[in-house]
Design a protein around this ligand. Structure first.
Ligand SMILES: [Zn+2]
Length: 229
């Protein structure tokens, strides 16, 4: 269990390094191996402040079952996505600034560099029912519905949600989605983009650039940079 709490905490600090913090908002979680809910970042702290003891067990109904700290109001994003996706063991929700700005343009995400090929084709899923906070299990279920079988969705006017089979995958998926949006905005600001990978090339690059072992290498590199701070 301590390993998982340490993983969630490191994931939070990596997201801080990648400028995805929004004061004390945004969260990372992982599924409790005992089936009792999700271990997630406690509220009132920024991503860069999170240590293993700031990761608490939140039950399927939102009760804090273990650990010290307050629960985030948007806990249903995590519980409902994991409830509907047995293959998902980690969820990230941030107010990623480039992604929020990009989603508001309603432009399709183009694979103009490596990063977007983790998502496209098809275009990134979008949750548009509300830009407000996800405060109920029903809304959490709606977010899970928007994600479907995908690894991410834009929460338009709000942020992003990403998921994966482990914390490394969910966090690196959030990192890459934000970087893909930043690159797309830069291209749009320069009057483009006018060229990008075909679907075929993008799908090949997804396999070549982002298999689990390479995501892990990128995570390890970011973890070293967190340590060096
Ligand atoms: Zn939020």
């Amino acid at each position: 269990m301590e390993d998982l709490r340490a993983k969630v905490a490191l994931g939070c600090r990596i997201l801080a390094l990648e400028d995805q913090g929004d004061f004390v908002w945004g969260h990372v979680s992982t599924r409790d191996p005992g089936g009792n809910g999700v271990w997630m970042k406690a509220s009132t702290l920024g991503f860069e402040e999170i240590q293993p003891e700031n990761v608490i067990l939140v039950g399927w109904d939102g009760d804090v079952l273990e650990g010290d700290g307050r629960r985030h109001a948007e806990w249903p994003i995590h519980t409902e996505l994991m409830r509907t996706r047995p293959d998902v063991a980690s969820v990230v929700h941030t107010h990623a600034p480039w992604a929020v700005a990009f989603a508001s343009t309603e432009q399709p995400l183009r694979p103009v560099s490596h990063e977007a090929t983790l998502f496209v084709p098809p275009d990134v899923a979008r949750f548009t029912k509300t830009g407000d906070l996800i405060l109920t299990r029903e809304l959490g279920g709606d977010v899970a519905g928007a994600v479907g079988e995908r690894n991410a969705a834009f929460m338009v006017h709000h942020g992003i949600v990403t998921c994966g089979a482990d914390v490394v995958t969910a966090v690196m998926t959030a990192v890459l989605l934000e970087r893909a949006c930043r690159t797309n905005i830069r291209a749009l600001a320069a009057g483009g983009p006018r060229t990008w990978s075909s679907d075929e090339e993008a799908l090949a690059k997804r396999e070549h650039c982002y298999p689990p072992q390479l995501l892990r290498q990128a995570w390890d590199y970011l973890a070293r940079r967190v340590d060096a701070r």
